[in-house]
Design a protein around this ligand. Sequence first.
Ligand code: HEM
Length: 532
Amino acid sequence: MSRAITSYTPSVLKDLWLFDVLIILVVTSLVLFARHRANRLRTRPRPGPPGLPVVGNLFDFPTTDPCLAAAKWKEQYGDITFLNILGTTMVYLHSVEAVKDLLVKRGAIYSDRPPLIMVTELCAFQPAVLGSYDDKLRRQRALMDRVLGAATVPTYHPLLELETCGLLQRLIDSTEDYGVSITRYASTLSLLVVYGHRVTSNDDEMLVTAKEITDLLSNEILAAPPKGIWAVDVFPLLKYIPSWFPFASFKRKAEVWREQIVPFIERPLQEVKKKVAEGTAIHSFCSLILQEEQESMTAEKDYDVKWAANTIVTGSIDTISTVVQHTLLLMLLHPEKFSRAREEIDNIVKGRLPTFADRASLPFTECVLSEVIRLAAPIPLGLPHRLRQDDFYDGYLIPKDSVVIANIVGMLRDEKLYSDPEAFIPERFESTIVDEATRKARDPRQWAFGFGRRRCPGVHLADSSTWLALVSIVATLDVTKVIDMHGNTIEPEVKFDNFIFRLPNKFACRIEPRSKYHEAIIANAGLSATIQ
Ligand code: HEM
């Protein structure tokens, strides 16, 4: 063919090339069209609750416990459930296999997030982690990896040990709510690591603001009552209606929230900049980057540092608090399992608080932490992923822009992996009982921290901080049921009202030192603790 072409004149040759290209284009289009049609024809009917015209499954969408609804769909429809919410396809993945196949193996097309106009545009809360998998996200994740990588987190161990000592002290101070103490623990760690900000009291302005904004985000903005969906996120044109319009209360709310959110993003970095200039900054994520970049600091870098820093703080508070609160709750409900962990700790740790150097010597306590994380499932339905292009899976068509939800809590209760899944059984992770392959397959961290390219970057900090909190609480404190004035035991009420995090509602419990001896250990550790 090429030899024949060389004997033609140049213009004929051009026409022939054009003709060839046209033929190829037509044939390729026909093949693609035929394949697309064939795919559509061979798609199976999608399992899920039947919807109504126009609104689809809007009324099937849960208003109270989204995990319960997901569990019912799993039971009724199997590994995958489809919903149609006002034209947007929502796909719930209930099995480990489906999640691995789509969110991990096909991560290139399943790693965007659905647009959240209310939070990002109207409330001006715009961390890259709420957006698509793009360059901005890659830059901000790279910055976060610098502070949160497996090799860096051990450098925070002294700080974690110091703060854990403060946590124990506050938990036994009967005037303070255990929830407040735990939130302070989770917030203090991230504020110090990120901004070099030391929290010294519960009234600390940065601590109070961080808690207020994370509450606002998780209880109001990201989980819009009653269905967790803002109309403006479904009908984006609504963002243009003026605030005074009768049905525009969402815009009026957004204006108020924006006023609260913007200073929370801007001010901490400004303060670090001031301290760096004065030479008084404590070593932190922000000070490190400001000092490294100095003159070469660009507006883009400044923007990324500001948002990456804020993301670490907001990402830490409710997640770490959820695990530590579950630790107390499960100690209350299963004292016998924790007394075995306590015996193990007592054999290793004598006359002092536990430290990270003890970790390798406490294998059963490690199993207890795994079981706490499994049952806690801190972000039970993960964060939503969005599909970039049409896809086919197991005979189902999943259209572009579908919102994909991983039923993490369902996977952490999968009977194939965990027999009697609602029970608290740390032994299911014990190396003397199960082989290494089973232990690996059961490790709840594989699912609890999300998937693929959007997997949680805070996993190492979360693991270290929750381990130390658990081992220290078990070593020194008794958590028991409250006895009322008539001598009756008050059973803890186990409820979860938060839409995004499985943070237990406040439950009745009594927290006190195991003995005078343990009280003294905590007090002495507090006296000798300093931070470099
Ligand atoms: C026990 C504690 C924690 C749990 C269970 C947890 C779980 C998760 C889950 C399930 C996701 C969604 C992943 C996905 O979309 O597939 C996530 C994302 C994220 N987590 Fe965590 N997390 C925890 C602690 C932390 C901490 C301590 C930080 C920060 C220091 C953090 C920062 C983040 C960030 C920034 C994202 C968004 C990642 C992205 O969109 O690319 N998390 N986490």
